[in-house]
Design a protein around this ligand. Sequence first.
Ligand code: GLY
Length: 371
Amino acid sequence: MSEPSIVRVELGARSYDIEIGAGLIAQAGARVRRFATRAAVVTDANVAALHLDALMRSLAAAGVEAHAIVLPAGEGQKSFAGLQDLCGRLLDLGVERRDVIVALGGGVIGDLAGFAAGVLKRGVDFVQVPTTLLAQVDSSVGGKTAIDTPQGKNLIGLFHQPRAVIADLDALATLPARQMRAGYAEVVKYGLIDDPDFFAWCEANGARVLAHDRAALLHAVRASIAAKARIVAEDERESGARALLNLGHTFAHALETSAGYDETLLHGEAVAAGMALAFRLSARLGLCSAEEARRVSAHLESAGLVCDMRRLAGGPFVPARLIETMLHDKKSEGGRMTLILARGIGRAFVQKNAPEAAVRALLEAETAIAA
Ligand code: GLY
């Protein structure tokens, strides 16, 4: 088996490595053993059926005493009730500060288990073992943890960096095609933010990534993680550059809030539509060309991601409701929206005080039914 590829997140005393490669879940025990001799593994029922045995065997072989908590699958777990339940179960297991919590799963498990690790006994170490493309290239890296509330997604949470991230590419082999596509939206995001060459690489190789071509997948995951690690190291708490990682996300969170936090509209699907909207808004504002906005949508659509709000799952979407949610976004200041806009592909920037009237006009045009 080849050596894993390693990307380091440089955060001083809280720096950590992200390992990317094949067969890593079966080797995770030795890595976890560097941090603790006792572990609580948090996962969901779907992931448990596929990967829990391998992880538990590896932990046992490395001399780590481990207990598993298997939660129901789904975004619904990312709630106050879900957090309370998980913290109660971790306390019942007798988890101590010197132990480690291992989050085995997608973004929901990583966000929830990371949050629980951050607040349990005022902070317990945790290790992310992301099993979806979206979690590997985005949510497992950078220490954001959160739950959802009726007011919006991820509005309650904290920064709690993992001690390590173990991204096993083999875990993606069983991922449904829809989940691969949703994760791929976050891969494309890194090209759109500041790397036009990577976006061009995606245009040429996206189909290979989605078809699980190993070399293409490794390149996509590694390049995405390296881009994220660089931005997080520069701005851990999102006072500047990290906000760029939210390209398309203010639109996306509003779409998801409207669709409901179920499987109707996956986060990555909403992000794809949100990025297309951010580029169309940028084109309307004269910041980038209509041709570039079309190129963004064309690539996302070619990957099977819907960029037309009239065809997007979870609709119909009501512009006024979307705007209401967008105004509650974490980046809003003084009741004014902050959006990530673009001067072109690979030239995203943070726009404070974004023109609400232009957003409204865009959303009305995007949702209008042709006569
Ligand atoms: N997913 C955006 C961030 O981690 O900042």
